[in-house]
Design a protein around this ligand. Sequence first.
Ligand code: X2X
Length: 336
Amino acid sequence: MLNRRTFMAAAAATLLFSSVANAQYKDEYTVSTVLPSAFPWGQAADKWVELVKERSEGRINMKIYSNSQLVSGDQTKEFSAMRSGLIDMAVGSTINWSPQVPELNLFSLPFLMPDNAAIDAITRGEAGKAVFAAIEKRGVTPLAWGENGFRELSNSKRTISQPSDLDGLKIRVVGSPLFQDTFTALGANPTQMSWADAKPALTTGAVDGQENPLSVFDVARIDQVGQTHLTLWHYMADPLVFAVSNRVWSQFSPEDQELLKQAAIDAGQWEIEKSRAELDATLAAIKERGVEVTELTQEQHDAFVAATQSVYEKWTPRIGEDLVKQAQKAVAERQQ
Ligand code: X2X
């Protein structure tokens, strides 16, 4: 009897083991991005795919679907699609996932992060860990950080150097309602719209302005659709997150999980350094094309900070008091 029971247990274990060991990997894994290879964002995804292919000697193949095509252009649905297994993997922006993961609104708090060191202090510290835990809790495994960059403000109408200059301007925003609150607090008229719809809306003048990193402004040639005024206000930056749907993640062996993660970390680090290094040349190219670039004095900057304080009052409870405090502390104590 004992023998028989032992035998049965051993047989069950073998079956279990072999089904895990032989778990069929997909021929190809889908990787969603908003921006394609011409942008640092797309290059981050390219690098990840390339490193995984190389390090797995072709066993793990990933295919990038850019322009949010797996969610018909609606980037704010990317996270839900990953959670439900419609998308296997993504390199996504904290802005686009914030409707499903409220903690990600942390990065969208206006003027929380003054510089690159502040971004790094958050993502590499305890706050970053807490944000990753929040993503994981909602069905997606985050592996590494990348960067879209500090988002600057452009418009077709006038120079913006103080909050009152935004009065009545129609500004395209995306992501969570936090952006509605920020731009409403500044006296503007914000409109939520996907990236796919943004350029046509700028072209027709349906909106007067938009906010995006310099690399996006440059590569998408936003100046060609009449966006001739650009204010460098660095009001927020959206990190990118390399991630895998939990459903898919659990099918990889521990070794391959480690491989995917390390490749994402390396690709992210590479992309963050590259995009930061390119920033000066990008700005020079934008100026050369005749865009009027405005930098804020300390006093002007402070006026924008003061005008957007209500966003903190409303959103800190939604993001989590502790997380916001943790992030503010990391920024205050950052190494320059
Ligand atoms: O839609 C945007 O503004 C973009 C491309 O920057 C994001 O996906 C957040």
